[in-house]
Design a binder for this molecule. Structure first.
Ligand code: UD1
Length: 332
């Protein structure tokens, strides 16, 4: 019996594949390569010394997913596949609703037909909207500012309704805070297409000289230094959180924040990156980015209590590993 990892060649998916194999799981990857590269499969096989069955399919393609479930037997599914660019989701909402909702519905439907009960879903802290920090799982969700965030909230509800109707389904909704960093080997990491939207990949590209300077989006937030505060989590900690969720899977729908519980401002982030990697990051402050909140950080007590999981790596590890990956993999 294997674990199906959709989007297993993406940033979080690939690190989770490594964590699963390390714990002795057999893994099958389904990925349509729309935002990932086949080279990641070779990197994963080198890192794990395993041959990993790979299916280049789109999870909204019901026939292809059905065939996959005929070929392989699964004890659980971790569903990462989805579009994730916030700005693009504002410009192309239907693309996001179609892909992110249909993939989840298709996969859950086939799991139901085939009796695969363990289902782990990639959600996001973005579903909290502009609630008060720390965000905890019992909070009433506020509307998010973009279709990407709405797809995450909607998929959570769809899976919740499925559990209402089928009490023996075991669903974990994992709300990620800000995953960054890379596998310490530098074999896999975050490799966004085009100019990065997120802070860490932008900074590593400023560090290589590919981008001239960082723009800090606003220094007039009601935070200690005026810049946005986020809960950055090492992607390997996040990956291990998925293994913990799988091992503690139980009937019902269970929501867990995966973060560190610690907030870091943009200026603190830059200072840490510069200190750890001994590189100057030129930056200038520009107006706020639309849709950003002042604060986002997790109450992590539920994951600790129920999954016996906490993040072990700190921001220094995240900065070191992200830069190591960028140095080894950037070409210009
Ligand atoms: C973003 C998404 C969120 C998604 C998450 C995935 C938005 C509005 N939110 O979160 O929905 O789940 O990525 O990782 O895009 N910053 C700069 N300059 C930059 C880039 C970022 O100052 O060039 C600041 C931001 O204002 C923010 C912090 O850095 O305060 C982190 O930004 P980012 O890495 O983009 O993550 P989020 O916006 O928190």
């Amino acid at each position: 019996m294997s674990i199906l990892v959709t989007g297993g060649l993406g940033f979080i998916g690939s690190h989770t594949v490594v964590a699963l194999i390390k714990e002795g799981y057999k893994v099958v990857i389904a990925d349509n390569l729309s935002n990932s590269k086949i080279e990641v499969l070779n990197a994963l096989e080198n890192l794990t010394n395993e041959t990993i069955p790979f299916y280049q399919i789109d999870v909204i393609d019901e026939d292809a997913v059905s065939r996959l479930f005929e070929n392989q037997k699964f004890s659980g599914v971790i569903h990462f596949a989805g579009y994730k660019a916030v700005g693009e989701s504002v410009n192309e909402p239907l693309k996001y609703y179609r892909n992110n909702l249909l993939s989840t519905i298709t996969l859950a439907n086939i799991c139901q037909k085939k009796g695969v009960k363990k289902f782990i879903f990639s959600s996001s802290a973005t579903v909290y909207g502009s609630n008060r920090v720390p965000f905890d799982e019992t909070m009433q969700l506020l509307p998010t500012t973009n279709p990407y965030g709405e797809t995450k909230a909607m998929c959570e509800r769809i899976l919740g309704d499925l559990v209402q109707a089928n009490g023996d389904f075991e669903v974990a909704l994992l709300r990620y805070f800000n995953p960054i960093g890379a596998h310490p080997s530098g074999g896999i990491g975050e490799a966004p297409n085009g100019i990065p939207n997120n802070l860490m990949p932008f900074i590593t590209q400023v560090a290589t000289g590919k981008l001239k300077e960082l723009q800090v989006f606003g220094d007039d937030y009601p935070t200690p230094d005026g810049t946005g505060v986020r809960d950055y989590i090492h992607v390997m900690d996040l990956a291990e959180g998925h293994v913990a969720a799988l091992e503690n899977s139980k009937p019902g729908v269970h929501i867990y924040n995966l973060g560190t519980g610690k907030g870091t401002s943009v200026l603190e982030f830059i200072e840490t990156f510069e200190r750890v990697n001994k590189i100057k990051i030129p930056y200038k402050v520009v107006p706020r980015r639309v849709g950003d909140v002042a604060y986002s950080y997790a109450d992590v007590s539920k994951a600790k209590r129920e999954l016996n999981w906490t993040a072990k790596r700190n921001l220094e590890h995240m900065c070191r590993d992200a830069w190591n990956f960028e140095k080894l993999n950037s070409k210009d």
